[in-house]
Design a protein. Structure first.
Lengths: 207, 233
């Protein structure tokens, strides 16, 4: 379980996250909707440990982030500005990342790349925006993480890509992962989420 | 212009060749060799800033070449590694080391190019190695400072600030004379052998060398400490 307790975060004197408390459970897909700048992405960054809240606590399976652990033990993310190494092909990019945790085999990497409809041997610099986004999604799921955080996962994707994202989210949910998807396209969320939450001016509301 | 490795490399090589041609065409004998430049009496009036810019040409491109490395850790690829519990210290130390390696290759290329054209230059045989080492140490301190400043201000502003700081430092030290404290405060001026004692064989060279190494270490430690506390976006 991921538990947020009274999370506050300010940037340049502007309150980005305002007293957010919520419990996210495994095996469910949560959708965060809200306008640009409402705080969706910042909330995802806080959950995966990339930003440190000014106050409040984030607990992952009872362990407090930035106190007991620096980052969630098992997390996959797609967050903006995630261009992988352009000089490497899709397989080598994921292989390089896989060397950190050593939980994914070469077959896992190939499966993930096939799953998003890409070729392993093409260099990332030759990828279109949509292909880069597909590779980012593969990067988020190839280690079978317990928590998956997806920020605007359907960005730059064509219709087949969007369907693919829906399918992957469904499969990962069935595997028991906790998935949080942030987007300003509410239609996307209705399609794939169990719970939809609205983020507005840094506050979280259940719809 | 989009910063790519190829664009950076081509502009850097062009800059170094341009600088060497400037030395070759100089009729005032105001240079010694690339890393040991000094300004003759005639240059102390009139176009001094223009002359200094000639000497500092490679710095512009080296700063351009290494700029954005911290920004990439904070806003780009770094987050993919960090969320997998990759050590922040390891990540930034690797990046700083990569910057130093890049600088080393550039400086060795500069050195090779200068030595190739050496027959056209009024060369000073003694002190070449000392000048080269000091040039690298001070240039690396400037790059460390560039990395540290990138945590606070945008990289293009950092580059401009550092170039002006280096230019003004060299100019002030040139006109104020041999004041060690001033040279330390305005440390980019120590890049060149005429300022750091590499050519005159003074013991002060080793003092400045130690200060350069300490400066590098302090700036690297500050970068690591800052990165550990920085939010990743």
């Amino acid at each position: 379980m991921v538990e947020l307790k009274n999370i506050n975060k300010s940037l340049s004197k502007r309150l980005i996250l305002d007293n957010i408390s919520y419990k996210f459970e495994y095996g469910k897909v949560y959708g965060l909707c809200g306008t640009n700048g409402s705080g969706k992405t910042m909330l995802l960054r806080a959950i995966c440990g990339l930003i440190v809240p000014d106050s409040g606590e984030i607990a992952i399976d009872g362990k407090v982030l930035h106190k007991d652990i620096s980052f969630p033990p098992s997390v996959g993310i797609v967050i903006e500005n995630m261009t992988l190494l352009p000089g490497y092909n899709a397989f080598d990019n994921l292989k390089l990342i896989a060397q950190i945790k050593k939980v994914a085999s070469d077959d896992d990497i190939r499966n993930a790349i096939n799953r998003v409809g890409l070729k392993s041997d093409l260099k990332v610099r030759k990828f279109s925006l949509g292909m880069k986004q597909r590779l980012n999604i593969a990067q988020a799921v190839f280690e079978k993480p317990k928590i998956i955080l997806l920020d605007e996962p359907t960005n730059a994707l064509d219709d087949s890509g969007v369907k693919l994202v829906y399918d992957i989210i469904k499969e990962e949910k069935e595997r028991g992962a906790l998935i949080i998807v942030a987007t300003h396209h509410e239609a996307d969320l209705k399609e794939m989420c169990d719970v939809i939450l609205r983020v507005s001016e840094g506050r979280l509301y259940e719809k | 212009m989009k910063k790519t490795k190829l664009v950076s490399l081509v502009t850097l090589i062009a800059a170094i060749i341009l600088q060497i041609f400037t030395f070759c065409r100089d009729t005032h004998n105001s240079y010694e060799f690339g890393f040991a430049i000094g300004i003759s009496a005639e240059y102390k009036t009139g176009n001094i800033i223009f002359t200094l810019i000639n000497y500092m040409i490679p710095l512009i491109f080296i700063l351009f070449f290494t700029s954005g490395s911290m920004q990439n850790l904070i806003q780009g690829y770094g987050k993919v590694l960090l969320v997998r519990n990759y050590s922040r210290t390891k990540l930034i130390v690797k990046q700083l080391f990569k910057n130093l390696l890049t600088l080393l290759i550039i400086v060795l290329f500069q050195c090779a190019a200068i030595l190739y054209f050496n027959q056209f230059l009024k060369s000073v045989k003694s002190g070449i190695l000392k000048s080269l080492i000091m040039y690298f140490v001070i240039m690396s301190a400037i790059i460390m400072l560039q990395c540290l400043l990138e945590f606070y201000i945008p990289s293009h502003t950092v580059n401009t600030v550092l170039f002006i700081y280096s230019l003004v430092s060299y100019w002030i030290v040139q006109v104020t004379g041999n004041i060690s404290v001033l040279k330390i405060i305005l440390f980019p001026s120590l890049m060149f052998g005429m300022q750091n004692g590499a050519l005159s064989g003074e013991n002060i060279y080793y003092l400045f060398l130690c200060i350069g190494i300490i400066l590098n270490t302090v700036l690297a430690v500050l970068c690591i400490r800052k990165f550990k506390k920085t939010d990743i976006f």
